[in-house]
Design a protein around this ligand. Sequence first.
Ligand code: GLN
Length: 285
Amino acid sequence: MRLGEYLALAGRRLQKAGADSPRLCAQVLAENLLGLSRLECVLATRRELDSREIAALDALVDRRAAGEPLAHITGHKEFYGLDFLVTPQTLIPRPETELLVDTALELLPDPQGELRFADLGAGCGCIGLALARCRPRWRGLALDLSAEALTVTLANAQRLELAHRVRPVRADLFAPPLRPASLDLVVSNPPYVAPGERSRVMAEVLRFEPHTALFSPQNGLAHLDAATQAATRSLRPGGLLLLEHGDRQGEAVRGLLVQAGFAAPQTRRDLAGLERCTLGRKAAL
Ligand code: GLN
């Protein structure tokens, strides 16, 4: 069978199984297995697949049809134009999280500026590594409680040649080992889904992604509060805090920031028009 015919069949199969972007999904699996770029895959529709390739592709399509996220099958996810390794122990980077990176870069625009940052709850490291990639003189710490996640952060830092500027550190968000007034920027996409909102989370996410990266007590606000407290202590006066949060948490997060001494926090909306990230500056002395 030719690759083009296989992709059409696999696409229909994935569509029936309810996978999103089924045809693209089939193509990504084929690219991955056959070692082709997107363009090569598009141009290779007449390539004959042998029976071993078909069996191997079928196995990947089966996994996706059974609900396993594409990023877990390929082991990769694109974020901010960069390729990240992901595993079931790390949250899969979400497109809406790019807002956090965009906002930090917009507010700290000097391409040659030097700066120290921390990414609290780094997961695969995508936020801190994207920032360091765009700002060659920034240095940062990528904190996470999960040793498995930090292994992935380190692997990504090495692949992106950023291991000398972004250091993975195993740490609890509720007691992070950050020196007082030592940072210019704190970013975090902590767990923020309220346990009571479980029914709003997609079945596929619940089944395959780490619940420790998703759920937070106190209505989803416990980790956002801890990150705010950590930022209050570790930021220099005038330093910037940027937090991702749920679309209904903007007001509550602005409240947390005000209580912690951040002046006039602002919330930004993601491309879907939902409140997604709140920023504040620590009051200057
Ligand atoms: N945005 C994620 C989701 O929809 C939640 C991520 C998080 O809690 N940080 O599943």
